[in-house]
Design a protein around this ligand. Structure first.
Ligand code: ADP
Length: 272
């Protein structure tokens, strides 16, 4: 946009009616993107107008998880139109801003900042009820930029039950708080594996693949650190159908809505 003045971020304006909820994690692979798409689709099914900004520079997997991996956004004059999906959620991904799909996003802070602002301000979002923002894992440049541009964003921290994951999750939450954002809860993912070989009598047997209690520990620690209640929003078990739903672009809350993980995600979407 050359020397032109940057357009303002509508969600940062005092009268904005859009809730911005950033989904954060300490490290990659804990299910942050899966959570983002499933919360978004659940909220859209409730009748809310929902958008997703996929700002995960390492993972940008949201378009594939919503079945629009090959769709490029169109442009109307100098506004970018977000990509509509079958679930009714509109999405823009940092991957869509790259000239070529196979290109690596090897951008430094200022470029990332510009990309984030572009996805928030230069995209025609219309009147959204909720904008979910999939952050890169950790406490890097994008999280700092978001904090600077949108201190009003609320943050949900995703973690597995594992000690090593909760420590970095706490750091991601603390970072959000330093940027004056409110952490509205912790969501534990991959909480257990329902025993696949159990007889009907023992069918609730859970295998704690990644240990137990990490979500609650993260929530408690953050709550004590911030001096307000940070609830554990839910615990999502390991589930093959959740992974498959992501791979084929059909989120589990739609494709298998009564799966245990889907029930948790729909409930969390209702209570957020
Ligand atoms: P992140 O965004 O934190 O990097 P993803 O959402 O991309 O994590 O998840 C990483 C991988 O794990 C994906 O293939 C996803 O389908 C899978 N996955 C996430 N949560 C679960 C779960 N509860 N059960 C099974 N697979 C899961």
């Amino acid at each position: 946009r050359g020397g032109q003045a940057q357009r303002e971020i509508p969600f940062a304006q005092p009268g904005s009616l859009t809730r911005v909820i950033a989904i954060a994690s300490g490290k990659g692979g804990v299910g942050k993107s899966s959570v983002t798409v499933n919360l978004a689709v659940s909220m859209a099914a409730q009748g809310l107008k929902v958008g997703i900004v996929d700002a995960d520079i390492y993972g940008h997997s949201i378009p594939a998880m919503l079945g629009v991996a090959d769709v490029r956004p169109t442009q109307v004059e100098d506004l970018i139109m977000p990509v509509p999906t079958a679930s009714g959620v509109s999405v823009i991904s940092i991957g869509m801003l790259k000239p070529r799909r196979d290109q690596v996003v090897a951008w430094r802070g200022p470029m990332l900042d510009r990309a984030l602002v572009q996805m928030l301000a230069d995209v025609y979002w219309g009147s959204l009820d909720v904008l979910l923002l999939d952050l890169p894992p950790g406490t890097g440049d994008v999280a700092i930029s978001l904090g600077q541009h949108l201190p009003s964003a609320e943050v949900v921290v995703v973690t597995t039950p594992q000690d090593a994951a909760t420590e970095v999750a706490e750091r991601a939450g603390t970072m959000a708080s330093m940027m004056h954002q409110r952490v509205i809860g912790v969501l534990e993912n991959m909480s257990w594996l329902p025993c696949p070989h159990c007889t009907p009598e023992g069918k609730d047997h859970r295998i704690d693949v990644f240990g137990t209690g990490g979500g609650q520990r993260t929530a408690t620690t953050l709550g004590q650190r911030f001096g307000y209640d940070v609830p554990l929003l839910g615990r999502i078990p390991l589930d093959t159908s959740l992974r498959e739903g992501g791979d084929v672009g059909k989120p589990i809350v739609e494709s298998d809505p009564t799966a245990p993980g889907a029930l948790v995600l729909r409930e969390v979407a209702r209570t957020l």
